[in-house]
Ligand binder design. Structure first.
Ligand code: G6P
Length: 476
């Protein structure tokens, strides 16, 4: 039983702030979770008194959830009260991989290879039922944890049905939902079977307030409601739409990037890059289809073709960290990224110059080191809720960094004036933008970086979260 009177603020997200690995001897080791959502929420800190409900993602997490019961060990969570739900692995797999990551993520990022997919068959219906069960497990836990009248903030597409389910269980609560992804336009959203499209939207509309990263995504949602449901309305309450553009955590990043491990990584990267005068084009992503890493590499190859003067004088540092490797399409994508990097290296490399340095192992300190030394950052997603890398690089850049940014990233709404904007499908234009970025005069680059950093830190994670909470509880 959870002790009375319950928490005044409860958060819910699929991925929690820690994940556990199970050693051969049964020992559990904890590690910080990844992605924009976790970085945003982690800034809240235990002093807020919130309880964070998340799912056990793998065997290590499930062992931890069983060992610790309704609260993980505070030492593992930095003191944050975390309840990790031990959901049946088959249900979890069908909900997380089958629906959240293979259907909803693909819809909102418009990733389908349309002549072949999606196919909504009987097996899909089974996965959809599992998604309902998984959402209900969250709604049950949240209903237990929340004090009377508490604020509950649900995060992301994994939990789109939770607001409606929670409202049925606890009509006294103030329910918010925040989307870290884009929202699909209605023409694309309506690929879903009509009944399921309706269930998703009505699930979301169970909230009092729905938050999005940009006005564009909020409008996408409103338009889907209009077309699928005829209106953005529920019988017994109204739902407000709000926009909270999550920013970078400048204070945290600056402090973290000055620690010795980052300095060591900078020295190691410099050695790898070679030639003190060489320029560095950096990208840091999960190996995620929507990040458009493959076209990024094509654009870099094109730059070397179009502008032979850069050969030997530039290096592309590409970090692509493993993500969602249970899905074959992600494994194939990772393999394609590696193959292409090798192709470029064998086509153009020389004994003392490797044009692409690709790293696939996650190393946070090395990412920060790359941010500090980057001359150019390439952020070219085909579609992205926000993209925090675009906001983090200008904050940490030592000498100023030119940002080549996709107009389809949510961050474009705030950074487009000082970034070099590209159509992410246009490899030719991206190659030209890389050249322009590399040749930008140092003074201009530094000035732009300063303005980018200011825009990027306008709404740091803590303020972002407080704004959601205040919007929900009616405080000004
Ligand atoms: C995006 C999503 C998050 C997710 C993160 C990492 O940022 O919006 O909800 O946690 O990707 O993905 P993963 O599947 O590893 O949790």
């Amino acid at each position: 039983m959870v002790a009375e009177p319950g928490a005044q603020v409860v958060l819910a997200s699929n991925r929690g702030p820690v994940s556990y690995a199970l050693g051969g001897d049964g020992a559990l080791s904890a590690r910080r979770g990844g992605g924009g959502l976790v970085s945003g929420l982690s800034a809240i800190g235990p002093e807020a008194g919130a309880v964070w409900v998340c799912a056990a993602l793998g065997d290590g997490d499930r062992a931890a959830a069983r060992r610790y019961g309704t609260r993980l060990a505070a030492a593992d969570t930095g003191g944050q009260a975390v309840r990790m739900l031990d959901i049946d692995p088959e249900v979890f797999e069908a909900a997380y991989n089958g629906i959240a990551n293979s259907t909803l993520w693909f819809l909102h990022h418009m990733l389908y290879d349309i002549p072949r997919e999606p196919v909504f068959d009987a097996a899909f219906r089974e996965r959809w039922a599992a998604y309902g069960t998984y959402n209900a497990a969250f709604a049950d836990a949240l209903a237990q944890e929340a004090a009377p009248g508490a604020a509950v903030i649900v995060q992301d597409y994994h939990l789109a049905l939770v607001p409606g389910m929670l409202r049925e269980r606890r009509p006294d609560l103030r329910i918010g939902h925040f989307s870290h992804t884009p929202w699909a336009p209605p023409e694309y959203f309506r690929l879903l079977p009509d009944d399921i499209a309706g269930q998703l939207l009505r699930g979301m509309l169970g909230a009092d307030r729905l938050g999005f990263l940009t006005a564009r995504w909020a409008q996408g949602f409103a338009r889907c409601c209009q077309e699928v449901l005829g209106a953005m309305e529920s019988k017994d309450h109204s739902t407000a739409l709000a926009v909270h553009p999550l920013g970078a955590d400048g204070d945290f990043l600056r402090e973290r990037a000055r620690r010795p491990d980052v300095g060591e990584r900078m020295a190691a990267l410099r050695t790898e890059i070679g030639g003190a005068e060489r320029k560095v084009i950096v990208r840091v992503d999960r190996t995620e289809l929507s990040k458009n890493i493959v076209r990024g590499l094509h654009a870099y190859r094109r730059l070397l073709e179009l502008r032979p003067e850069w050969r030997g004088r530039v290096v592309h540092l590409a970090f692509a960290y493993p993500s969602r490797q249970d899905l074959a399409v992600y494994r194939d994508y990772t393999a394609e990224v590696s193959r292409l990097a090798q192709e470029i290296n064998s086509a153009y490399g020389t004994p003392d110059w490797q044009p692409v340095l690709l790293h696939l192992e996650d190393d946070f300190a090395r990412s920060l080191a790359a941010y500090r030394i980057a001359d150019v950052a390439l952020v070219n997603p085909v579609r992205d809720g926000m993209n925090l890398v675009a906001k983090e690089v200008p904050v940490l850049s030592d000498e100023g960094c030119a940002l080549v940014l996709s107009r389809e990233a949510g961050a474009a709404a705030e950074l487009s004036e000082d970034a070099l904007m590209v159509n992410p499908y246009d490899v030719e234009a991206t190659a030209r933008a890389l050249h322009e970025a590399l040749t930008m005069p140092p003074g201009e680059r530094a000035e732009r970086t300063k303005r980018l950093a200011a825009a990027a830190t306008a709404l740091p994670p803590q303020a972002w979260f407080t704004a959601q909470l205040e919007g929900l509880t009616g405080a000004q």
